[in-house]
Design a protein around this ligand. Structure first.
Ligand code: NAG
Ligand code: NAG
Length: 549
């Protein structure tokens, strides 16, 4: 997932976060009840459940006064001359969830408003985590289990992303590993994801002040030299038009910081320890344009239930992750996920398996970083260790969410398989526009359930469709045509552009850089891409040669 971090637009009191605790506002975590389910015992309410707001959204000020440590998109030079001094000088304060951030809960239901006007201007988007206690995140061990929630996306138009996902954060927010972090999970610290985001203001108990560069298109964010990487399982990235489920593995386990352009995948999109694209299943992108949307099979004008199952090769919680299945329930009816309808891809697929990912990447001509970073097996190791539940709502300052709900890359022919992802226009989703035109947008997540396979949902209204093949069939023909010279983006590949090969002088480009994925003879595609990519939120572009054979 991309750029989920702070998009806070306070007009004058900008917030940051520190690693001490401030006390101007008492931190009172909104309650959010959820359920644990077993096949034998049914579902049991976890009424002590609560959420906490991510630290990047919070006010951070001097430990001794109300002086901001960070204002607009700039650090205070006196309080924050360097990462360590800043972390000890700055305190992270409590949140007024409803009034400042537009975050409300009742019972088992959580609503995130897109734009919340407040005393300081307005807040845009938010990101919260499910707590197990006042100081620790709830840890979900997903293998051989299923995760279920109800969602109302009817008020989420083009360009917005109501996201439910798991990140492999520390349960305590990093306090034990990084003792200079005093705020911990209680104040929403320790975030990480597969994009190795560098807009996080404090990482590993240090302020990300070194190399901090204010964003040119956002008054409230910037990026520092450090990023924070970890395994990420995107259960749900969606609006009323499109939805995607996407695992993003890493070659490391646990929250892992990066420093510098190469390690944080700024100089090259695939040079970090994590897979930024993932292996996505978006029904529209996979060829069924009538399955998900207003008045479609899954009718997004009304609430529905989203079930995600994590199957292992041996049917136990100690096995290897082998399949991620999606099931919907609406009006009491179980709706199996749509099947693939793409020339060259087996229509048996309706879930994420290693074969599905291999074939999808080959047919779409996508980079195989998912496989290169360990695929489902590495994702499953993270599931075994435990993941933190993230619930968010965001807009996309990088590429306007077009990778989710429109044609992307916008320069590619939309009839090329993999390019069309939804019906939103290619000029939709511009944050500066939708933060005004769709300010009242919101998403509601409710009735979170977790537990044994098939234990979190029932079919009370008759099934539509049976459980289809699970993608174990032999894929049909691999592509024989030359894949497009663009490498269509994966689910969250958002910084990518290509120029025609003729515009680049080969002599001016380096030999194949070592950081590109090792070509694999397993791929049937042979092609050469010459282009430029912007691999991060900096304004620098890199020429590249990409070979596949
Ligand atoms: C899309 O999914 C629906 C529901 O499963 C199915 O009836 C329809 O045939 C599918 N369309 C295509 C083009 O695969
Ligand atoms: C869950 O339900 C599906 C469809 O009815 C079935 O194929 C599968 O075996 C069930 N899994 C378990 C663990 O009960």
């Amino acid at each position: 997932m991309f750029n989920k971090a702070a998009l806070l637009t306070f007009s004058f009191l900008a917030v940051a976060f520190g690693q001490q605790i401030g006390t101007y506002t008492a931190e009172s975590h909104p309650k959010l009840s959820w359920e644990k389910c077993t096949a034998s015992g049914g579902c049991v309410a976890q009424s002590s459940g609560a959420i906490t707001l991510d630290a990047n959204w919070r006010w951070v000020h001097s430990t001794s006064s109300t002086t901001n440590c960070y204002t607009g998109n700039t650090w205070d030079a006196t309080l924050c001359p360097d990462p360590t001094t800043c972390a000890s000088n700055c305190a992270l304060d409590g949140a007024d969830y409803a009034d400042t951030y537009g975050i409300t809960t009742t019972g088992n239901s959580l609503t995130l408003k897109f734009v919340q006007p407040n005393a300081n201007g307005k807040n845009v988007g938010s990101r919260v985590y499910l707590m197990a206690s006042n100081t620790e995140y709830e840890m979900f061990k997903l293998l051989n289990q299923e995760f279920t929630f109800d969602v109302d996306v009817s008020n989420l138009p083009c360009g917005l992303n109501g996201a439910v996902y798991f990140s492999q954060m520390d349960a305590d927010g990093g306090v034990a590993r990084f003792p200079t972090n005093k705020a911990g999970a209680q104040y929403g610290t320790g975030y990480c994801d597969s994009q190795c985001p560098r807009d996080i203001k404090f990482i590993d108990g240090q302020a990300n002040v070194a190399g901090w560069t204010a964003d040119s298109n956002s008054a409230n964010s910037g990026t520092g030299n450090m990023g924070t990487c970890c395994n990420e399982m995107d259960i749900w990235e969606a609006n009323s038009i499109s939805a995607a489920v996407t695992p993003h593995p890493c070659t490391v386990q646990g929250q892992t910081s990066c420093t510098g352009d190469d390690a944080c995948a700024v100089s090259s999109r695939y040079s970090s320890v994590c897979d930024p694209d993932g292996c996505d299943f978006n029904s529209f992108r996979m060829g069924n344009t009538t399955f998900y949307g207003p008045d479609m099979t899954v009718d997004t004008t009304k609430p529905f239930t989203v079930v995600t199952q994590f199957l292992t090769d041996d049917g136990t919680a100690t096995g290897t992750l082998s399949e991620i299945r999606r099931i919907y329930v609406q009006n009491g009816k179980v709706i199996q996920n749509s099947h693939v309808n793409i020339p060259g891809l087996s229509s048996a697929y309706n879930s994420i398996t290693t074969d599905f990912c291999n074939d999808q990447k080959a047919v779409f001509g996508d980079v195989t970083d998912f496989q290169d970073k360990g695929g489902l097996a590495n994702m499953g190791k993270a599931f075994a260790s435990g993941m933190v539940l993230v619930l968010s709502l965001w807009d996309d300052y990088a590429v306007n969410m077009l990778w989710l709900d429109s044609d992307y890359p916008t320069t590619s022919d939309p009839s090329t398989p993999g390019v069309a992802r939804g019906t939103c226009p290619t000029d939709s989703g511009v944050p500066a526009t939708i933060e005004t035109s769709d300010a009242s947008a919101s998403v509601t997540y409710s009735n979170i359930r977790f537990g044994d396979l098939n234990s979190t949902f029932t079919n009370t209204g008759g099934s539509t469709g049976t459980t289809g093949p699970t993608g174990t069939g032999t894929p049909t023909t691999r592509p024989t045509t030359t894949p497009p010279t663009t490498s269509p983006a994966g689910a969250t590949q958002t910084h990518y552009a290509v120029v025609k090969a003729g515009l680049a002088r080969l002599s001016a480009l380096p030999a194949r850089p070592a950081r590109f994925p090792t070509p694999t003879t397993a791929s049937a595609s042979k092609f050469l891409v010459v282009g430029f990519e912007n691999a991060g939120r900096s304004r620098s572009w890199n020429g590249f040669l990409r070979f596949r054979w």
